[in-house]
Design a binder for this molecule. Structure first.
Ligand code: DGL
Length: 274
C-alpha cells in the first residue's frame, strides 16, 4: 500500500478528461495535476521545447512526492516519453498512447478504416500508426492534425456552432475521402468534443485514450504494490495560469462527489530546465 498521490499532467486542461475515469476506477487514489495552461498549446512547438517543458513539469511532480506520473497528453507521450523515463528511472511513468493504440488494434479488422486525429507533433511522429501496426500490420491507418481544436477548447468553446464548424472543416473530407469508420481521439483535449463528433457523424466508432489508459495504470499500481488506502491528502490542481475555464471544469468534474480539491497557481520559470 502506498498513499502518496499520483502525478498527472498535460499542456493544459485536456488531461482533466482522464480524471473522472480515474476517480471512478481508483476512489482511494489521490492526485496532483499540473496543467501548463499558460504555455499551451504544445502541439505546434519544436520537439526540444515540448521536451524541455514536460521535463520541468515531471521534475516538479517528482519533487512533490508523487508515486507515479501519468502523461495525460498525447503530444508529450509521443515526443518526450523516452526522455522523461530515462530522467526518472525510479518512478513509473505512463504514457497515454500505447494502451489506446492496442485497444484500437483489438477492436478493428483489416476492413476497418482508422482515422487518428491529433496535434501536429503527434501526427508527425506517426506513433499511433506504428503502435497500431505493430499490433496488427493489416490495419489501415490515416492521420490528420487538427491544430485549431485545442485553442478553442482551452477557451471553453465546445458546445457552440464555431466548434461544430471547425470539426466539419477538418473532418468532413477526411472521413469521406478515406471512408473512416473508427476515429482515435489522439489528443486528450478532443475528448471534450467527443459528443459533438458523435452528433455530427453518427455511427462513427470512437476510441478515447483518456479511458483506455486505466488498465495500464491498474497493472502498474498493482504490480508494484502502489495501490492506496483511504488518506487525507487533498487532490491538488496546479496550473501555470489558473484560468476560470480550468477551475470551472474541475469544479464540474467533482460537483456531485464528496472529493475535496484545491487549486494552486504555479508558474515554472523559463530556463529552469537543466
Ligand atoms: N492535450 C494534448 C494532447 O493530448 C496536447 C494539446 C496541445 O497542447 O497542443 O496531445
Amino acid at each position: 500500500m502506498d498513499n502518496r498521490p499520483i502525478g498527472i499532467f498535460d499542456s493544459g486542461l485536456g488531461g482533466l478528461t482522464c480524471i473522472p475515469y480515474l476517480i471512478e476506477e481508483f476512489p482511494e487514489e489521490k492526485m496532483i495535476y499540473f496543467g501548463d495552461t499558460k504555455r499551451a498549446p504544445y502541439g505546434g512547438m519544436e520537439i526540444s521545447t515540448i521536451t524541455s517543458y514536460s521535463t520541468q513539469i515531471t521534475d516538479f511532480l517528482v519533487q512533490s512526492g508523487v508515486k507515479m506520473v501519468i502523461i495525460a497528453c498525447n503530444t508529450i507521450s509521443a515526443i518526450s516519453f523516452d526522455t522523461l523515463r530515462a530522467r526518472h528511472p525510479g518512478i513509473p511513468i505512463i504514457g497515454i498512447i500505447k494502451s489506446a493504440a492496442e485497444k484500437t488494434a483489438k477492436i478493428c479488422t483489416s476492413d476497418s478504416r482508422i482515422g487518428v486525429i491529433g496535434t501536429k507533433a503527434t501526427v508527425a511522429s506517426r506513433i499511433y500508426d506504428r503502435f497500431i501496426k505493430n499490433a496488427n500490420r493489416d490495419l489501415n491507418v490515416f492521420s490528420l492534425a487538427c491544430p485549431a481544436f485545442v485553442p478553442l477548447i482551452e477557451e471553453g468553446i465546445t458546445e457552440s456552432e464555431i466548434m461544430d464548424l471547425t470539426i466539419k472543416y477538418y473532418l468532413d473530407d477526411f472521413i469521406a475521402e478515406n471512408k473512416i469508420d473508427t476515429v482515435v481521439l489522439g489528443c486528450t483535449h478532443y475528448a471534450l468534443i467527443q459528443k459533438n463528433i458523435e452528433r455530427i457523424y453518427p455511427g462513427l466508432r470512437i476510441v478515447n485514450p483518456s479511458q483506455e489508459i486505466l488498465s495500464k495504470i491498474r497493472k502498474e499500481l498493482t504490480g508494484l504494490g502502489l495501490l492506496a488506502e483511504k488518506s487525507d491528502f487533498v487532490n491538488t490542481f496546479y496550473a501555470s495560469d489558473l484560468s476560470e475555464v480550468f477551475t470551472a471544469m474541475i469544479d464540474r468534474i467533482f460537483e456531485n462527489t464528496d472529493v475535496h480539491v484545491k487549486f494552486k497557481s504555479f508558474e515554472i520559470q523559463e530556463g529552469e530546465f537543466a
